[in-house]
Design a protein around this ligand. Structure first.
Ligand SMILES: Cc1cc2nc3c(=O)[nH]c(=O)nc-3n(C[C@H](O)[C@H](O)[C@H](O)COP(=O)(O)OP(=O)(O)OC[C@H]3O[C@@H](n4cnc5c(N)ncnc54)[C@H](O)[C@@H]3O)c2cc1C
Length: 314
């Protein structure tokens, strides 16, 4: 079928995100092969339409007005066990790859067990992680399509410039992630199972069940806090709440008494202050207003600036 025949118009997107918020895509296509991706991208470029990538939609807030361009959803969901490596399509679900790794006795992704909908492509872009681990650590190579140069590129782990919730794919939006090779570490099954179960328990007991997009804000590096507000850093040291040199954004939001604060249908979770939940009818505008409110309050009270971890697409 021609590309025009496969493009959907005015495609609702809210149900393709974990937040369940957002308007439709002007154009929408699912890509299964490299040829599909190139065709879709080159079509959008020719038509002068913006290009938006959609993974599992678990880190996204999509504008109420929808997205004025072409949304590309990755249907290359395959993952192949080449022990100790995994070859994964960008659209492969993180949970699926974790379950394959678990049964193959391979460790490195246990942090992600229980995250709904996330894909390998989305995890690479944001260097997703938790419990002291992250995606970048297990990446060997990433295959990406360079929009500007209209060519395929293979990036090594070093080329990907992974940092805390950061990668070259965030700083260079011309790079679309197509696939990746992950290198995991053999480990005893009991060790992997224990890690998965412990992490799952922590998520179950500390994270909300209502729709969200995960952590709203990035955590803060304690060294940065020390420069801006030495008194606050001292207090954090005394409390012993910093983990891996970072203080949780949720800790500060909670300390300021903002749990339960709501704007329209968007509310700061009572379970975890760094989660904004959709209580039923939240709009993107509600969420953005709440985000701005929190940032202003935290700046006034603690002098530090919170930065969004969730991605706002408009
Ligand atoms: C309940 C819950 C718990 C969570 N826990 C964690 C956690 O512990 N740690 C953590 O890091 N995150 C967590 N998240 C957030 C989220 O799951 C991760 O950020 C995840 O990596 C996002 O992947 P995704 O496929 O859903 O990406 P999406 O949300 O679809 O997209 C995220 C960004 O990546 C871009 N993108 C997606 N695919 C591609 C591609 N192929 N090429 C280029 N760009 C692409 C999108 O354009 C967007 O900018 C949680 C979310 C929820 C809902």
């Amino acid at each position: 079928m021609s590309i025009e025949g496969r493009i959907k118009k005015n495609m609702p997107l809210a149900q393709l995100t974990t937040f369940k918020i957002g308007g439709p895509a002007k154009f929408f296509i699912e890509v299964k092969t490299k040829e599909d991706l190139v065709e879709a991208v080159e079509w959008a470029k020719k038509e002068k339409e913006n290009i938006y990538c959609l993974g599992g939609g678990s880190n996204l807030l999509i504008a109420d007005e929808g997205l004025p361009g072409m949304v590309i959803k990755f249907a290359n969901r395959e993952a192949m066990n080449l022990s100790p490596r995994f070859s994964c399509g960008a659209g492969a679900s993180l949970s699926y790859v974790i379950s394959l790794a678990r049964s193959a006795g391979l460790s490195g992704l246990e942090w992600g067990f229980g995250i709904p909908q996330a894909t390998i492509g989305g995890c690479i872009r944001g260097n997703a992680g938790g419990f002291g681990m992250n995606t970048g650590e297990v990446i060997e190579t990433v295959e990406a399509y360079n929009l500007k140069k209209s060519r395929w590129e293979t990036l090594s782990q070093k080329d990907c410039q992974f940092g805390y919730r950061a990668s070259i794919f965030k700083t260079d939006p011309d790079l679309i992630i197509w696939s990746a090779t992950l290198r995991l570490k053999p480990a005893p099954a009991e060790q992997i199972n224990e890690m998965v179960e412990n992490n799952m328990k922590k998520r179950d007991t500390s994270q909300p069940r209502l729709p969200s997009a995960g952590s709203t804000f990035k955590n803060l590096f304690l060294d940065d806090v020390r420069h801006i507000n030495p008194q606050l850093a001292e207090f954090i040291d005394e409390q012993g709440v910093a983990k891996g040199g970072k203080v949780g954004a949720g800790y500060l939001i909670d300390m300021h008494g903002l749990k339960g604060k709501a704007v329209g249908g968007a509310k700061i979770s009572l379970e975890h202050a760094n989660f904004i939940v959709n209580t039923g009818r939240a709009t993107a505008r509600d969420v953005m207003e709440l985000i701005d409110f929190v940032k202003k309050e935290i700046k006034i009270r603690f002098k530090v600036e919170l930065e969004e971890e969730i991605v706002i697409l408009k």
